[in-house]
Design a binder for this molecule. Sequence first.
Ligand SMILES: N=c1c2ncn([C@@H]3O[C@H](COP(=O)(O)OP(=O)(O)OP(=O)(O)O)[C@@H](O)[C@H]3O)c2ncn1[C@@H]1O[C@H](COP(=O)(O)O)[C@@H](O)[C@H]1O
Length: 114
Amino acid sequence: MSKANKDDRRVTLDDLADIVAERVAGGGPPSYTRSLVEKGVAKCAQKLGEEAVETALAAVAADTKAVVSESADLLYHLVVLLHARGISLEDIYAELGRRTARSGIEEKASRSAG
Ligand SMILES: N=c1c2ncn([C@@H]3O[C@H](COP(=O)(O)OP(=O)(O)OP(=O)(O)O)[C@@H](O)[C@H]3O)c2ncn1[C@@H]1O[C@H](COP(=O)(O)O)[C@@H](O)[C@H]1O
């Protein structure tokens, strides 16, 4: 088992959302997050799309290291986009929670029924 160091700390999506909110609030050093959010929702959405495609391509190429790296990029850019749209992770967790009450097949059927 590898020895943990300060760069190995476990960072959750909640931690990332806090970091993103703090960076966007400004006052600190130059920030990629802040500059991306200042470009607007469309730019944040474009970056999310790019990272999603890169993750999918890495998976198809069976490049495990790249899948891990691109997945981290993808989750970060999702958190940034949600922040830019004013949507909290709690909203996403609540939606995931509602879905655990039924199977994925039932959930899909309920979308087309509506
Ligand atoms: N997790 C991330 C993270 N993942 C990816 N990225 C950045 O996302 C960018 C994506 O790479 P690309 O090559 O696609 O983008 P690019 O060509 O640099 O950018 P564009 O010109 O296309 O917009 C890179 O610049 C990465 O550094 C991230 N930037 C920040 N974070 C987290 O946010 C924190 C705050 O970062 P700052 O806002 O920079 O202080 C960091 O400490 C991390 O915890």
